[in-house]
Design a protein. Structure first.
Length: 479
């Protein structure tokens, strides 16, 4: 991140009060950015229903096919803060368009994959799309102020959950009428359309007088730290948590993070501004987004498993991917609603009460699933309550970053925050899986319903602990 002083947002200078034409231009800009983030959100999970099919077509086993998702996560986690930092220094719109062009090329190339290795490579390149969220937030932060900025952040944050949930339904529907290659073609067309909207509706920003030097040492250390950490988390369940490769990766991550802190404290224009991250409000926001991602993925692992389980288990429904997606779609809409409602909640109560509401809502939903894990009314109602909290939380955390971080560091800070949510998500999945398979084997291969309850109880416990953390949130005076 750059260590320069904050600039006055352009909208504060250029937007005359009551100027409808300027407001209309800003509205179109937000629409373009929402579409960009929606496409990224769709591509996160739209391939999930296709994994067994593409694995069969490309002669790959389940573990190898899983790298179609893992490679995207790894490269995205590394590139999001780096691309965000580049956006802060070279222009957010410029970097966003480069990201979208690379995203489109990789997506169309993936549609022509004839080997699993080539497909995994394309997905790794697609991971650069993770940067669109922090870049979009930075553009809104720089161009808008006050209520308009809060509303824009609410739209962009809310559409993340909507896209991820809708992707399961869309992916399943495409597979019914086409093939897994059709998913990439569909996504590629959307990416090109979003690129066109950005080119037309997102205005150019004034060129910076002088871009700061690239922090290559910071980028290398951040890459090593995140790849080691996430690779250890994602492969730990199959390699074994106490296996030498897993421990070596976690040890390497710790060393790389320590070196990163040492190096970044000595660099004049660090990629990761350690001093900024240590601000209490930002540190709490980053901790809360870890919980948000962790709890989300505990639920995302457990509920589809319950819905897909054989009715003979006494709790399952035997649903296919499409029907499962349709059941979970209302919760995705609730994430969007939560993100959209967050600006109004912030305006009435402030950041700390809003975060308390978000975490409490997640805890209440997880508690409902703990007591009634397989009842359809509970799956719908409890998950919707939990999802409202997820949406509010993502939006409020984005608002905290926009408020606390200088305007020329927002993209990098948001990129790191996005990475932390990915770390939480990547951690939640294997933990949930480990809880579900506990005691399974030998004479039984059916997951006991109690295992799901234990996973949901963990989600509730973490959410309640996060309420206490949210109560400690103290926002600085207006910048």
């Amino acid at each position: 991140m750059s260590s320069s002083t904050a600039e006055v947002p352009e909208a504060a200078v250029l937007t005359p009060a009551g100027d409808a034409s300027v407001a209309e231009k800003h509205g179109r800009m937000v629409v373009a950015l929402v579409l960009v983030v929606l496409v990224y959100a769709l591509m996160q999970t739209m391939l999930v229903p296709a994994l067994p099919i593409l694995g069969s077509d490309l002669h790959a086993g389940l573990s190898t096919s899983g790298w179609v998702l893992t490679s995207y996560l790894l490269t995205g986690s590394v590139l999001a803060p780096i691309a965000g930092s580049f956006g802060d220094r070279f222009g957010h719109r410029r970097v966003l368009m480069v990201v979208l062009i690379v995203f489109a090329i990789a997506t169309f190339a993936a549609a022509f994959s004839s080997t699993i290795g080539f497909l995994i490579a394309c997905r790794a390149v697609q991971g650069i799309s993770t940067a669109v969220f922090p870049l979009a937030l930075a553009i809104v932060r720089r161009r808008l102020t006050g209520k308009a900025m809060s509303t824009g952040i609410g739209w962009i944050s809310g559409v993340l959950g909507l896209g991820a949930g809708a992707a399961l339904v869309i992916g399943g529907a495409i597979l019914r009428i086409s093939s897994w290659q059709g998913i990439f073609v569909f996504a590629g067309v959307l990416i090109v359309a979003s690129l066109a909207f950005v080119a037309i509706w997102v205005p150019h920003a004034p060129r910076a007088e002088q871009a700061s030097k690239t922090d290559y040492a910071g980028a290398a250390l951040l890459t090593a730290a995140l790849v080691s950490l996430l690779l250890g988390i994602t492969q730990g369940p199959s390699w074994g948590w106490a296996a030498a490769p897993t421990l070596l990766l976690f040890g390497g991550a710790i060393v790389a993070f320590v070196l990163l802190v040492i190096v970044e404290r000595r660099v004049t224009t660090p990629l990761v501004d350690v001093r900024s991250l240590m601000r209490p409000s930002l540190a709490i926001a980053n901790a809360l987004v870890l919980v948000n991602g962790f709890v989300s993925y505990i639920i995302y692992v457990c509920l589809p498993s319950i819905l897909a389980a054989d009715p003979g288990t006494g709790y399952g429904y035997g649903y296919d991917v499409l029907r499962t997606g349709l059941v979970l779609l209302p919760s995705a809409i609730c994430v969007f609603v939560g993100g959209r409602a967050a600006p109004a909640l912030l305006g009435r109560t402030g950041h700390r009460p809003s975060m308390v509401v978000a975490m409490a809502s997640m805890g209440l939903g997880a508690l409902g699933l703990t007591f009634w894990p397989a009842a359809m009314w509970s799956i719908l109602a409890s998950f919707c309550v939990l999802s409202l909290g997820i949406g509010v939380g993502i939006s409020v955390i984005s608002q905290i970053i926009a408020r606390v971080v200088p305007v020329d560091e927002v993209a990098a800070a948001s990129g790191l925050n996005t990475v932390l949510r990915s770390v939480g998500s990547a951690s939640g999945s294997p933990v949930a899986a480990a809880i579900l398979i506990s005691g399974v084997g030998g004479t039984t291969s059916t997951i006991p319903l109690a295992n799901y309850q234990h996973a949901f109880a963990l989600a509730a416990l973490l959410s309640v602990a996060a309420v206490g953390l949210a109560l400690a949130l103290r926002m600085p005076a207006n910048r």
